[in-house]
Every structure is written in structure tokens, then in C-alpha cells.
Ligand binder design. Sequence first.
Ligand code: COA
Length: 321
Amino acid sequence: MYGVRLDGLGKSIPNLDITNEYLATMVETSDEWIQTRTGIKSRRIAVEESTTSLAINAAKQALENSGLEPKDIELVIVATVSPDMAMPSTACVVAENLQIENAICFDLTAACSGFIYASEVATSFIKLGNYKNALVIGAEVLSKMVDWQDRGTCILFADGAGAAIYKRSDENNIIGFSNKSDGKGSQLIRLANIPHSNSFSKAEEVERHIQMDGQAVYKFATTAVPKNIIELLEKENYRLEDVDWFVLHQANARIIDSVAKRLKVSLDKFFMNVSEYGNTSAASIPIALYDAKHLFKKGDKIILSGFGAGLTWGSMLLIWG
Ligand code: COA
């Protein structure tokens, strides 16, 4: 088995900044309500940008920061639930734009756990020796998937992309994963925005926007995530006290606060940028990692955790450096 390290991060966000105050002119809500329930103050919304252009920009930056050349990348995975096209995959278009010619490329759908799932796939392939270097991207334009009249969802979701490079290495810094799914919760967050008829069947009425049972999702996240983190640490023989930083999916500051309380860990160890960017699904963890990287020291143990539609959830333990 080979070692793997994370080396090279990138981030790309749309230019348009939409504040809570602005949203309050569109739906019946208020800055105070949104901040109290979610911790979100503003979010970036794609106008000129697309899922593909955000993914390309984040990937370009990650590649530059990794010191690798496009020819060195042998695997490209884009985690997304909001691709611009069903085919080709976003990953193939990213590769074309960055002149990555020696890689297999595909998209992966695991909603807000997408970056952690894709990281397990990529790093497992590298450990097995199938590929040397992988580019993993989380990219979303969820603003095109929400109903802007639905105050229960339009205040939460937003757009952006983050990217990471995983390299084969003598030293192994990617300690382990605990990824989970439970289809019993499949109806709690849904997006059915694809054609549902053909010449031989009647066109069905399809809900084109994100549907969510907010309270059930809140309950799921605040119970599943702390349990999952503990399970991962036990599996890898680490203690909670060994962890220097927790970078959770940036869905909601209250969820992160509740996870910290359940784990009895100081909130100071939990990085948060949800106030600026809202919930960018698969993009939120690599964007948060990018924004938090100045805080990390070589040797820091970092837990990354994602959770969302599926239901899916999962954590990853890595050592910085
Ligand atoms: N502004 C003002 N009022 C709002 C509102 C908004 N944006 N959205 C909902 N409300 C209202 C509701 O209509 C309801 O009014 P009522 O009591 O008159 O019926 C009231 O506020 C309470 O609604 P509820 O849905 O119970 O609020 P909540 O405390 O559960 O907060 C969420 C809603 C969505 C913020 C919360 O459930 C949550 O964060 N869930 C997790 C969602 C998530 O993170 N999903 C992604 C996971 S990847």
C-alpha cells in the first residue's frame, strides 16, 4: 500500500453577494430570523458563472498550489448534485480545460457528503497503486435548484467550488474514513429536476426544486455526525483530544454548535465560514479547508465531516503537512 497526502487546495466563488437583507425583499423573512436559525449572513450566487466554470477555476488553483503539472493527474472526480449537463461529466470538461490528458474522469453524487465520498474513492485508488495523483473537486450551483419563493430553502443554499489534490507519498497523511448511507431517509431532501417521460408514457408533474424536511434533517445531522466522528476515531485508534481541528460541512452554524456540544469539544476547534457562503453542498468542505488552511500547523490532526441528502454522511481523518 502506498501513502497519500493532501497537497494543493483551490476555491472559486461567484461574484454576486446576496445578503439576508436582500432576501427579505424577495420572501417573507428577516436577517435576524436567518442569522438566529442558521448563522448565515450572505451567500454567493452564480450569474456569469456555472458549475463547470467554478470547478475549473478551483481546480486550476489547486493544481498550481500542488506544484504538479496537468500531465501528472491520473484521476479527476467532481462531486456535484448540480452539474450543468448530465453528460459529459463535469470532470471530463474540467480535464479538457486544464489539459489533463492522462486521467480517468467522472462525477460522483453524494450531495453534501460528496467531497468526503470522492476523497475516499480517490485516496483508496492511490493507496492501491492504481493512480499516482488525483484531483477531487466539489462544485455546485444550487441557486438554480431552489424555489426562490420558498423561504424554508432559498435562504440556505448557495454556489461555489473547492478543489484538492491528493498525491502518492512515502508518508501517509490520510488516516481513514467512515462513510455511511441510509436510503430510509431518501425523501428528506430531494431534487427531481430531470425529464420524467418519453414518447410512450404520460408526462408526470415533477417538482423542479429542492424539497426538504428541515427539522428531520437537523435531527439527523446533529445525531449522526458526532456518532460518526467517534466511530472513525475509535477505528483508527485516535482519541477525541488528539484532534486539533474539525471542518464540518457548512450547512448551518447551529448544527456545528450542536455537534461540538455533543462531543464536548470547544467550538473554537470548529472552523466556520457558513456566515459568508451559506450551504454550498459538496463544495463547502474544500472551500472551508481552503479558508482555514492558514490556521493549520504541520502535524495537526483534522476531522472533515459531511452530511446530507441520501441520506449520506461521512468523516475523514487527515494529518496536515
Ligand atoms: N424566515 C422566517 N420564517 C421562516 C423562514 C424564514 N426563512 N422559514 C421558515 N419560517 C417559519 C415557518 O413557516 C414556521 O412558521 P410557523 O411556526 O408560523 O409555521 C417557523 O418559521 C418555524 O419553522 P421551522 O421549519 O420549524 O423552523 P426551524 O427552526 O426548523 O428552522 C431550518 C428551519 C431550515 C433553518 C432548520 O430546520 C434547519 O436548519 N434544518 C437543517 C437544514 C439543513 O441544514 N439542510 C441541509 C443539510 S445538508
